[in-house]
Write a protein that binds this ligand. Structure first.
Ligand SMILES: CC(C)(COP(=O)(O)OP(=O)(O)OC[C@H]1O[C@@H](n2cnc3c(N)ncnc32)[C@H](O)[C@@H]1OP(=O)(O)O)[C@@H](O)C(=O)NCCC(=O)NCCS
Length: 209
């Protein structure tokens, strides 16, 4: 989606400040921006065509039925209590990753993420989660929680990158964790930003899912 189209599609209150051109560890670039309602068809396609392992890890089982209601719920958000970022390949203009938080209660939000297999191991999840943590901290959310299949080493590594979990519970093959967010999100840069390895990582801010 080009810039003009994006402006035309953006809902009131769209948080333009959370757009970044990020250079990943492997030199590829991605454009990260808050999700738009017009992302719904591509998100539907992404869920329908994702491989079984990605779906199992992302949804801890099967994905929910992809209905218009679900897509509206996932793409029409208030950017305050609920926030989501997408990563776009500038060459193909296709979405390659998505990260979101949803309210759990109090100042706590649950975080979830998926990166397309071709775009993994390059710091994209770390970059997305760093920016998501900044958005959350600026909206008075102080803790991210999440769940992942106990054998999901990528997520475990992401949490370790965030200085480890503040709490963790493993039950029936699912690990539930919580991570306190840094109260000073200003350390996350603006504009062009390198991937996880190059971006400043706030102490204890999540690079996690
Ligand atoms: C989990 C996931 C989002 C990671 O995305 P990614 O872009 O590859 O992650 P990054 O490149 O930012 O890597 C972050 C860290 O995880 C590590 N990591 C990534 N994949 C790994 C793997 N398969 N095994 C072990 N470590 C791994 C990286 O080495 C890196 O650690 P480092 O910073 O210490 O080097 C991606 O694998 C994915 O989409 N999985 C399916 C969905 C899912 O599991 N979602 C989480 C539950 S909601």
């Amino acid at each position: 989606m080009d810039q003009i189209q994006q402006q035309a599609d953006s809902p009131p209150g769209y948080p333009w400040a959370y757009r970044r051109l990020v250079t990943l560890h492997d030199g590829r670039r991605v454009f990260i921006r808050p999700i738009l309602p017009s992302d719904a068809p591509e998100l539907a396609e992404a869920i329908k065509t994702a491989d079984a392992d990605t779906l199992r890890r992302r949804f801890l089982g099967g994905p929910p039925p992809v209905t218009p209601e679900l897509l509206a719920h996932l793409t029409t958000i208030d950017y305050i209590r609920r926030f989501a970022l997408v990563a776009i390949d500038p060459a193909s203009q296709r979405g390659v990753a998505i990260a979101r938080y949803e309210p759990v209660g109090g100042n706590v939000a649950e975080v979830a993420i998926a990166v397309s297999p071709d775009w993994r191991h390059a710091g994209l999840a770390s970059a997305l989660l760093l920016l998501l943590a900044k958005a959350a901290a600026e909206r008075d959310i102080h803790t991210f929680t999440g769940s992942y299949l106990a054998g999901n080493r990528a997520v475990a590594a992401l949490i370790e990158d965030a200085d480890g979990p503040d709490g963790q519970l493993i039950e029936q093959g699912i690990t539930e964790f919580s991570v306190a967010l840094d109260r000073d999100p200003e350390v996350v840069g603006h504009g062009d930003q390198t991937g996880a390895g190059g971006a400043q990582r706030p102490g204890n801010a999540p690079g996690h899912a």
